[in-house]
Design a protein around this ligand. Structure first.
Ligand SMILES: [Zn+2]
Length: 246
């Protein structure tokens, strides 16, 4: 396993997405929210694809399947609790209730924690194969950009200058590197942890997709927009399928 590629993927998935998000802030507001909407649907598909086509089959092949499903169940419950208490979430709308009630600090802490887990997930995916590692990095990239854009909005509203908002978002993104490197070294000495971390990762991806992203998609009920959403979800699944089987 090339540590270099892992670090590169972690960089692109975390700090890269903050960079892109801060560039996108230069777009006019309506364009930005339109783009965020599209990315949310695409991300939903890649997250579900990564969990069900990659992480879970791999975990089941390495570990007793009843154990895997128990871990996924526990993970989903854990993420529900975490989301309630520390704002671990993916919400692309800066005007949502959670964003409105959150202080800048809470946003940054919640994000730092979320990004840490994303780092863990990226590295565990690389342990199944390089292709799958890339596929999962794309999933992270796709859901992080709308997330970061919304967070920027909150930080700016809280009186942060643009520069300071970018700096702090980068800092909270850097926890992905920390989580990723830690996972890399742990898995290097304890390979038997891989299926456990994969099952946990799958629960995180399923939770983000179904509990955070789908409710955002359902805010729109127009037939044309809904069909676009469905198309993007399927595209997301297809991207993971194609990369994984390439
Ligand atoms: Zn994330």
């Amino acid at each position: 396993m090339e540590l270099f590629y892992i670090i590169l993927a972690l960089f692109i998935g975390s700090i890269g997405s903050v960079g892109i998000a801060s560039l996108l802030l230069l777009l006019p507001d309506y364009r930005l929210s339109k783009l965020s909407e599209l990315l949310v649907s695409l991300a939903g598909g890649t997250l579900l694809g990564a969990a069900f086509l990659g992480m879970l089959p791999k975990a089941v092949s390495m570990l007793d399947s009843t154990m895997v499903f128990k871990l996924v169940l526990m993970g989903i419950l854990l993420f529900f609790i975490l989301e309630k208490f520390i704002l671990w979430r993916a919400c692309h709308n800066k005007d949502c209730i959670r964003h409105q009630n959150a202080s800048a600090q809470l946003i940054l802490i919640g994000d730092a924690f979320h990004n840490f887990i994303d780092g863990v997930i990226i590295v565990s995916a690389f342990y199944t194969s390089v292709e799958f590692g890339i596929a999962v990095s794309i999933s992270v990239f796709a859901h992080e950009i709308p997330q970061e854009i919304a967070d920027f909005g909150v930080l700016l509203k809280n009186g942060f200058t643009r520069k300071r908002a970018i700096y702090f978002n980068m800092l909270s993104g850097a926890t992905a590197l920390l989580g990723g490197l830690l996972t890399f070294f742990v898995l290097n000495v304890a390979r038997n942890m891989v299926p456990y971390i994969l099952a946990f990762s799958a629960s995180s991806f399923i939770y983000i997709a179904l509990a955070d992203l789908v409710p955002q998609m359902h805010k729109t009920i127009g037939i044309k927009k809904s069909l676009i959403q469905l198309f993007l979800i399927l595209t997301g699944v297809a991207i993971i399928y194609l990369i994984k089987n390439s």
